[in-house]
Write a protein that binds this ligand. Structure first.
Ligand code: BTN
Length: 238
């Protein structure tokens, strides 16, 4: 992985997208000290002060756009393994959050460029909270976010980078030749299947409990209207 280390930039995903469009090779990465316009999923902001990990990695996985949901689960497994430390229980929340005690430790923003059914590239934007002094957090982040420091995980940023690369390389070729069933079983093992959520997608809101993943990596929710597959969107705790 060739990592371009930068100070303050708007968003590592945005800079890497420009580099990708200019022909940057797979495994080009951009890391920033802080981001002035860090982006999260669903058009949200990603609070990005100095002190945390902001990394984007360029992948050219040679897959079809219908498989992007799978990529999302694979990348969250990779980040899960990179962060994991003995004695600390982490959980995956669909599609790709990593939680400790129900609070978010890391998030992933996957942005794919497609041409027809073909995926030209995928940018995996990874935000890992290393330290998050509660008093500095805006709005309701204080009750939703946590950090490696708080969870007692002691990887340095350099250790994390090495672990991330190893884990991403382990899971990304899988998209081509991999035992997908096995990866989904692994993902399911680390997820929390005991909570109800409100599923939100635009104006649609449905109350349900996640019960399993289907073959495509979509989440199956048990609701009053029966089981429904969820392809994209957000799960909000109730
Ligand atoms: C989410 O959970 O909403 C995804 C958060 C992803 C944040 C990372 S930080 C590095 C990269 N650059 C961005 O602007 N976003 C991602």
């Amino acid at each position: 992985m060739i990592i371009h280390r930068l100070g303050s930039i708007s968003s590592t995903n945005d800079l890497l997208r420009e580099m990708a469009d200019n022909g940057a090779p797979e495994w080009t990465a951009v890391m920033a000290e802080n981001q002035t316009a860090g982006r999260g999923r669903m058009g949200r902001k990603w609070h990005s002060p100095p002190g945390n990990l902001y990394l984007s990695v360029l992948l050219r996985p040679g897959m079809e756009s219908g498989e992007l949901s799978r990529m999302s689960l694979l990348m969250s497994l990779a980040v899960y393994h990179a962060i994991s430390q003995k004695g600390v229980t982490l959980r995956l929340k669909w599609p790709n959050d990593i939680l400790w005690k129900g609070r978010k430790l890391a998030g992933i923003l996957l942005e794919g460029k497609t041409m027809g059914a073909e995926v030209i590239h995928v940018i995996a934007g990874i935000g890992i909270n290393l330290t998050m002094p509660r008093e500095t957090l805006p709005g309701d982040l204080a009750s939703h976010a946590t950090s490696l420091e708080e969870a007692g995980i002691v990887w340095s940023r350099e250790e994390l980078l090495t672990r991330l690369e190893t884990a991403m390389r382990r899971y990304s070729p899988s998209i081509r030749g991999m035992d997908w069933e096995r990866a989904m079983r692994e993902w399911s093992l680390h997820a929390d299947w005991t909570r109800d959520y409100v599923f939100m997608d635009g104006s649609r809101r449905v109350l349900g409990r996640p019960v399993e993943l289907n073959r495509e990596g979509h989440l199956i929710l048990e609701t009053d209207m029966g089981r429904i597959p969820v392809r994209s969107g957000d799960l909000v705790e109730i």
